[in-house]
Design a protein around this ligand. Structure first.
Ligand code: GLV
Ligand code: MN
Ligand code: MN
Length: 407
């Protein structure tokens, strides 16, 4: 029975994987054209499951399955529907579809709380460099200046929202009394596989800083400019990338990534005059991350000084580590133990919407094993039996919540 729903979830992940900005890969950024088709399909599944569906002003798709009684609180379940470039098919999407499958598996049974399943419009921070646009709006944490961010084509967040037929002036937090938020997500790392376990409870999500550096030098002729007279922005940027890698290798638990670089003017016979690069820095302890951030700022200035370059830094995200709610974790642990799954706990190195929701309500995450530990990659995978296990634990978790309510 749950195997059937698990199969349905996986088939739906395949169907949504076909909705992409780039033929032949999965690339779906904030409110891009293929998101309309994603919404059409997800809305259909939600409605078929007996949910009332709405789209909020930032493009979050929300389905509500009413409670047995009026004025009941809600449990929110969800994740995000956007993706990184050339993504896998489960990051985010799986958590939304598991929420819908849980409602379907209830087969019409009403609970003493409503279920709200949400597909957040943006979590990855790809199009505008700043993540969590969907969950920030939902949680009432959407600063107005976010609307002015622009993408690579110069389109602002406000314009992207209008282009999708929505009104940025209507962005408002979701109202109501929430028992909490539960996010199912693939682990995206190797720990559960190494332990031989299908599922794990997230204790905390590590903090992250995202920045953009720009090194500026002098664009000049590659054939005529002697080496000692060059101000090569890319050579400085390359030195910075290696220094960041070295610092992270030397600092236990620190991860540093330069995942994007734009070289201008970008021709083989022109010395690079300017380079923009991203830096993503994460650690479970905020103090370690912040110290590394300061050191890398100093490193960038030092490199620029030695090479006669300019350097500018823009902070895109400063997100402290977030513990998951202890009570929600205990309910998940009870559900797992009752079903014979060890309630293994782990930290998340990836960022998640649950980090943002935790500012508004009790939040928890259940991780599913990631075969090969691979994610942000088209080879991302999940095992059908682990999806069935997540559904089983999810249903038992709902029972645990029912038991915990007074009366
Ligand atoms: C989200 O996937 C992240 O970058 O952590
Ligand atoms: Mn991701
Ligand atoms: Mn994700």
């Amino acid at each position: 029975m749950l195997g059937h729903w698990a199969q349905t979830v996986l088939e739906r992940c395949d169907q949504l994987a076909a909705c992409s900005e780039v033929p032949g890969q999965i690339t779906r950024t904030f409110l891009s054209a293929p998101m309309r088709e994603v919404h059409r399909q997800v809305r259909g599944w939600m409605e078929h499951a007996g949910m009332q569906v709405r789209l909020d002003a930032v493009g979050n798709l929300i389905g509500t399955y009413p409670a047995a009684i009026p004025e009941a609180p809600k449990l929110l379940i969800g994740s995000h529907l956007d993706s990184v470039p050339d993504a896998g098919r489960y990051d985010g999407v799986l958590g939304v579809l598991l929420g819908i499958a849980l409602v379907e598996a209830l087969a019409g049974q009403r609970l003493r709380f409503a279920l709200e399943v949400v597909g957040f419009s943006e979590e990855e921070g790809v199009r505008f460099g700043v993540p969590f646009l969907g969950s920030r709006a939902f949680a009432g944490n959407f600063e107005e200046k976010l609307l002015e961010l622009t993408d690579i084509a110069g389109v602002s967040v406000a314009q992207a929202i209008r282009d999708f037929g929505l009104n940025p002036a209507e962005i408002a937090p979701s109202e109501g009394d929430y028992l909490g938020y539960l996010e199912f997500h693939i682990e995206q790392g190797p720990q559960l596989e190494a332990e031989g376990l299908p599922l794990g409870i997230v204790e905390a999500i590590v903090g992250q800083s995202r920045l953009e550096f720009e090194f500026t030098g002098q664009a000049a002729h590659a054939g005529t400019t002697p080496m000692h007279l060059r101000r090569d922005a890319l050579a400085g940027a390359a030195q910075f990338v290696l220094d960041a890698e070295r610092l992270a290798r030397e600092t236990p638990g620190l991860v540093a990534t330069v995942g994007h670089m734009a070289v201008k003017p970008g021709a083989g016979n022109v010395i690079p005059g300017a380079v923009q690069l991203s830096l993503d820095l994460r650690h479970a302890r905020d103090a370690v991350r912040l110290e590394a951030l300061e050191r890398l700022g100093h490193t960038a200035r030092q490199i620029a000084h030695e090479r006669g370059l300019g350097v500018a830094v823009a902070a895109k995200l400063e997100q402290p580590a977030v513990p998951m709610d202890a009570w929600m974790q205990s309910q998940l642990a009870t559900a797992m133990q009752e079903l014979g799954y060890p309630p293994y706990k782990l930290q998340s190195g990836a960022g998640h919407d649950a980090m943002i929701l935790a500012q508004r309500m009790r939040s928890a995450m259940l991780f599913l094993r990631s075969p090969g530990g691979i994610s942000h990659n088209p080879q991302e995978a999940v095992l059908p039996e682990d999806v069935a296990a997540a559904l089983e634990v999810g249903l038992r978790f709902l029972e645990c919540l029912e038991r915990s309510l007074p009366g």
